[in-house]
Design a protein around this ligand. Sequence first.
Ligand SMILES: Cc1cc2nc3c(=O)[nH]c(=O)nc-3n(C[C@H](O)[C@H](O)[C@H](O)COP(=O)(O)OP(=O)(O)OC[C@H]3O[C@@H](n4cnc5c(N)ncnc54)[C@H](O)[C@@H]3O)c2cc1C
Length: 436
Amino acid sequence: MTEAPRILIVGGGYVGLNTALRLQRKLRRGEARIAVLDIDSYMTYQPFLPEAAAGNIEPRHVVVSLRRALDRCAIVNGMVTGVDPVSRTVALRPQLGPARVMEYDILVYAPGSISRLLPIPGLAECGIGFKSLEEAIHLRNHVLGQLDLAESTSDPEIRDRALTFVFVGGGYAGVEALAELEDMARYACRYYRTIDRGDMHWVLVEATGRILPEVGPEMGLWTLQELRARGIDARLETLMKSAEGGHIVLSDGTEFDSDTLVWTAGVKPNPLNQSSGLPLDERGRIRATAELVVEDHGGVFTAGDCAAVPDLTKPGEMCAPNAQNAVRQARTLADNVVAVLRGRPLKAYRHAYVGSVAGLGFGKGVAQIYGRKLHGLPAWVMHRAYHLARVPTFDKKVRVLTDWTLSFPFRREVVSLGALSRPREEFERAARSGPR
Ligand SMILES: Cc1cc2nc3c(=O)[nH]c(=O)nc-3n(C[C@H](O)[C@H](O)[C@H](O)COP(=O)(O)OP(=O)(O)OC[C@H]3O[C@@H](n4cnc5c(N)ncnc54)[C@H](O)[C@@H]3O)c2cc1C
């Protein structure tokens, strides 16, 4: 008896999880063996990271367990280090032990993107991104920890530095992260006797002349005015020149110190692309056809942030790297994998951008979706309804809805659990103090 074809899925994010979910639903038992390879054992629903950072959603409710959601797939955790399309193998390095080489008949390649850093002095040492749950929760604890520090110190310089928060990049990740964290810190201020909202200095640095291009120029301008009305120091057409030792220097000549530098100035395709043996475009993305097949590599599919997929609604352009495309591409991709297995024709991916929604804090939002422009409370409700409908698995929808419901009567928790990242500190102190 011949073995069922082996499908390997590199990356269990938006594309990987949604492709695997659809494949396990559509394929008959024994029609194929599916394995999902990812560093983590969960998929992160990134649009909820700002709300997780703000404490509106429990961290565990922002992620989906791959093992739980994909009960008909094998989950293999480790770092994929290379792909060899000639021998049809993928190299994987588990956390411990020898590297593995895994064979495939069909490959779904979707390792996404990483933060795009610029060679700015001090950035790599002092900055942090906002792409993972770990970063979001660290920032939540850090911001609240800075308020604790500011209230405890008698040194005005340390206090000012602790209360200065800098975000570079005015896309949805930067604007939502800043707006949600500022909203949380503003709320937390009521529990600090010596810190007033006006003592904090929240700075948004954006290189171009607009923010939040995802919601269009009109709503982008509205967002800018809303942030400024909240006291946020939003600087357009400004670059960060240096951040050495936390001393921030901007291109408009402003200089100040800060312990918080969040870098959200864009993403680039996963560097794994370079060692994938697959064809790349000038930006380092995997070249794909509209059917989501890698050019000249039948049996290898790709989609999402790592790929250059032609946008059939805008001839000559490529699909933007966003969740909207990733989810829909995953659907077409899974259908095309099934089509290959069953000897049927493939279909092309075609999707016209429907707009975007963004949360700007509790009860505040902005949206431009299906041509409708909204701001304030209606946009916030739309933002929540949209993402609740989109977050994978029924279980997560119920948990997120419960978090939101509970936050109405009980408001948010404003405690910093920064020590969670140093769990052995207390024990080591005890060890140093000796037996008596
Ligand atoms: C804060 C934030 C908010 C956002 N909000 C929105 C929004 O409101 N609307 C919208 O449309 N888009 C939004 N996006 C963008 C959206 O999340 C991405 O476009 C989407 O996640 C891309 O999906 P993907 O599957 O290509 O990559 P990902 O979802 O990032 O998945 C990639 C997976 O590959 C794994 N991986 C990477 N390298 C390796 C390796 N070497 N070996 C093994 N596994 C690997 C990763 O662990 C990850 O699980 C947001 C992004 C961020 C960061």
